[in-house]
Structures are given as C-alpha cells and as structure tokens.
Design a binder for this molecule. Structure first.
Ligand SMILES: [Zn+2]
Length: 168
C-alpha cells in the first residue's frame, strides 16, 4: 500500500456518472445494522428503465424489502430516484460506506465507487478521458470542492482507506 501522500499517479476521468455505481448499493440493514445491499430486482427485466424496481437483501439477518418507483399520478411515467448521498436513493437508508471527514461526510455506494474515489483523490494529475465528453457531469466532476482540495488529500485518502477496512 502506498503512503497517503503519494501523488505520482495520473487519474483519467472516464465520465462515469454516479448512477453507474448504483448496480449494488451497500447500506446499513434497518433490522440488524449489518451490511445489506440493494440490487436490481430480477422482475425488473420488462421495464424500459433500469431503476424501476430494487431489492434490499441482508445476508446477515435475512431481511428483504422491495422498492418500486412511484407512479406519477395521471401519467404512465414514474418518479425515478435521484442519485446523491449519503443515503441510498430508494429506501433512504444510511450507506454502509460513509465516514466523517473534516466535519463532512464522505460516502460511496460500493467498493468500486470507493476505488474510483481513492484513485481520483490520490492522483496528482487529473484529466478527462478522450472521447468521454457527455452532456452531464461525471461523478468526479460533481464532487464537492473539499474532496478535490489538494490540502485535504491526505485526510480524505485516509478516510477512504478506513472505509475499505469495513468491507466484508
Ligand atoms: Zn440485517
């Protein structure tokens, strides 16, 4: 493992948006406080949108729950979730990967999201990937200033690594 102060890596933004990391969201189980996950519902296949149905599954206590995007009254449409933290966009549960850092909350949906945050924050040089231009901003472009601030790098990386140790 590299020391947290290392800045010799280069980070290329491949324009993943936050919802790209929502395939599996790790949360605190509302029953046992253990690590549970929110995944897509196998019954979701017929829907046009990816986010219409989700399932909460806790491997520790066996709790399950289902979520369905609420219908917009008088229309065939549905209200799709808004992706922002530090709670999951479906059930509103606390994220498993969430930690206080410099008086704010640093959070991630899953290990892959955390990995990307770590490589972004610890990189000395950050560039946009070639051909990755899109209308909406990528997850890293949307990160708050305090996370991007080089002066906070050591502490943010330390917090990310502490979160990693909580992954089972
Ligand atoms: Zn549980």
């Amino acid at each position: 493992m590299q020391p947290a102060g290392d800045v010799d890596e280069r980070f290329v933004d491949r324009s993943e948006r936050l919802c790209c990391f929502a395939g599996e969201i790790l949360v605190r189980c509302p029953r046992c406080d253990g690590q549970a996950s929110i995944v897509s519902d196998p019954a979701d296949k017929g829907h046009r949108h990816l986010w219409v149905r989700r399932r909460l599954v806790c491997r520790r206590c066996g709790r399950t729950a289902a979520w369905e995007a609420p219908r917009i009254p008088g229309s065939a449409g549905r209200n799709l979730p808004r992706f922002s933290g530090p709670r999951d966009p479906y059930f509103g549960l606390s994220l498993w990967l969430s930690i206080d850092c410099r008086g704010r909350v640093l959070w991630a949906y899953n290990a892959e999201h955390l990995e990307l945050l770590e490589s972004y924050v610890s990189a000395g040089l950050r560039e946009r990937g070639r051909g990755a231009r899109s209308m909406s901003m990528s997850m890293v472009e949307r990160l708050p200033k305090w996370i991007k601030d080089a002066r906070n790098r050591t502490e943010v990386v330390r917090a990310i690594r502490r979160m990693k140790t909580s992954l089972s």
